[in-house]
Design a protein around this ligand. Structure first.
Ligand code: 4AD
Length: 471
């Protein structure tokens, strides 16, 4: 009853506070400031209340004492409530620690939006030990946690670093459409929808559109969502992912590999040079070291030999592509042969053993996409590359593109693709074909590697995968 009567008022005799965000506080010591955020942590002791305030740009310790701790709101304050605080920013005393080594000593504060307490309290709802599907339903709240928000901050830094790197390399950003009527990576993973009465798809890759920009804009890139109706639930497959793709004109295969290496290492240099981001990387992936250059280059045929030599086998499949099991339920395994696709498990065992980034090159044409250029003099193989990273496996897929008109027409035919809807792509081979190549990088996979996350799902804002399209 007494507490309800205590009312705080802003003391106008004090210096007028300046509005600030946590990231700006370094230069505001001993000044009176006004700051708003969410109650991240809360501790009351000996007539004082200590709040760790979170405003998205950082964390700040707020100290309430005296009258500030005696209001009804002070006595009922709950985690995740939003509040506004006015006070003086003071360096913490010797031997004490707080984020930024300062704390805000409040002379006024108020609740803006109160969060539930008791059973419905945030900490009861959002628990990092709870069932993964409950956590997935609560993604919108999980994102407020330190780990999830650190991943998202690093993600933002990585995307921005790619833009810087491409600007330096004079590669222009374009925004291709997501709604398309052509496939790029095979019919099996297309999401189909009704487009004003005609069938259309969500894009699997913006590659073909990027290729059409070369003749007008030179080298181009995009950061666009790609969509894959993947049948398998794995820790590295999403149904929607952020696809960073680039296309380069008048290059050869070795230029393509050099460019991918240069772009990725450039991005790593930029993010490590940012103290806030390098601290996040160090916390999530202790001991992370920038990979040494040049990256290892491994020809597909040598990889098959490596897998055989290391007794890493593959599970056999029947004519329908279904996995074969023995009578006792165990998988029927056999040695890899030249011509085989290297499946996820074998790929990861290989790259985890090598424990460095690996450019795997020269895949058989029959397991690769229709547009890929053949290796000169070895026509059953392609000038294609996957970049494999330890712990994750493939993070980049790219290739040189078929530049010859007749060869492209034969490739459509071989793949059973009707060339009619591809007329605009085919025209690139008719009106001054370049020798070109490009690649796509899965942003969530790069982040899973950089931040040592078990699954790409943790690297997506709101991950979509089989059975999940919410929240
Ligand atoms: O190897 P992919 O299928 O290649 C292409 O789409 C090319 N058209 C790209 C190009 O040359 N412009 O996909 C490229 C990358 C993969 O290496 C992987 O990192 C990521 O996209 N990726 C996925 N990431 C998450 N979930 C999925 N289902 C993914 N499928 C591919």
């Amino acid at each position: 009853e007494e507490a309800k009567k205590v009312v705080l008022t802003l003391d106008d005799s004090l210096p007028k506070p300046t509005k600030a965000k946590v990231y700006q506080l370094e230069s505001k010591r001993d000044q009176r400031i006004k700051i708003s955020g969410w109650v991240h942590r809360l501790r009351a002791q000996k007539g004082m209340t200590f709040i760790i305030l979170r405003d998205g740009t950082g964390y700040l310790q707020v100290v309430l004492s005296g009258k500030c701790t005696e209001t009804f709101d002070a006595l009922t304050l709950s985690i995740e409530s939003s509040i506004e605080v006015v006070g003086t920013l003071k360096a913490v005393k010797e031997g004490q620690s707080a984020p930024g080594n300062h704390e805000l000593v409040a002379d006024f504060w108020k609740v803006l939006g109160k969060a539930p307490a008791g059973d419905e309290a945030f900490t009861n709802k959002v628990n990092k030990d709870s069932d993964p599907s409950i956590q997935a339903d609560l993604r919108h709240l999980m994102l407020r946690g330190e780990t999830a928000s650190n991943v998202m901050k690093a993600r933002s830094a990585v995307l921005s670093a790619f833009r810087d790197v491409f600007k330096d390399m004079r590669v222009l950003e374009v925004t291709p459409p997501c709604m398309v009527q052509t496939q790029v990576e095979g019919g099996a993973t297309l999401f189909k929808f009704d487009y004003y009465g005609t069938p259309a798809f969500l894009t699997q890759s913006s590659q073909l559109y990027l290729e059409t920009c070369l003749a007008s804009l030179g080298d181009v890139f995009c950061v666009q969502e790609s969509f894959r109706a993947e049948k398998s639930l794995t820790r590295r497959h999403l149904s929607e992912y952020t696809h960073l793709e680039a296309e380069l004109a008048f290059i050869d295969f070795s230029d393509l590999l050099d460019h991918i290496e240069e772009a990725i290492c450039g991005v790593i240099d930029i993010v490590l040079a940012d103290p806030a981001i390098s601290a996040i990387i160090n916390e999530l992936n202790p001991g992370f070291q920038k990979p040494s250059r040049p990256f290892m280059r491994l020809d597909y045929k040598d990889a098959i030999k490596w897998l055989r030599d290391h007794n890493i086998q593959k599970q056999d499949e029947d004519a329908n592509g279904d996995k074969i099991f023995l009578a006792d339920g165990s998988p029927q395994m056999s040695d890899h042969q030249v011509g085989d696709d290297i499946a996820e498990a074998a790929e990861r065992k290989m790259v985890d053993t090598l424990n460095v980034p690996v450019f795997l090159t020269g895949f058989p044409k029959d397991i690769k996409a229709f547009y890929m250029k053949k290796v000169p003099g070895d026509e059953n193989f392609t000038e294609a590359v996957d970049l494999l990273m330890p712990n994750v496996g493939e993070i980049v897929g790219g290739s040189m593109r078929i530049s010859d008109y007749d060869e492209l027409m034969a490739a459509y035919k071989h793949e059973g693709i009707d060339p009619a809807p591809y007329y605009w792509y085919t025209d690139q081979r008719r009106f001054g074909t370049p020798n070109s190549g490009g690649y796509g990088l899965g942003c969530e996979r790069l982040l899973a590697w950089l931040l040592n996350r078990f699954t790409v799902r943790d690297c997506s804002l709101y991950p979509r995968y089989t059975g999940r399209c919410t929240p």
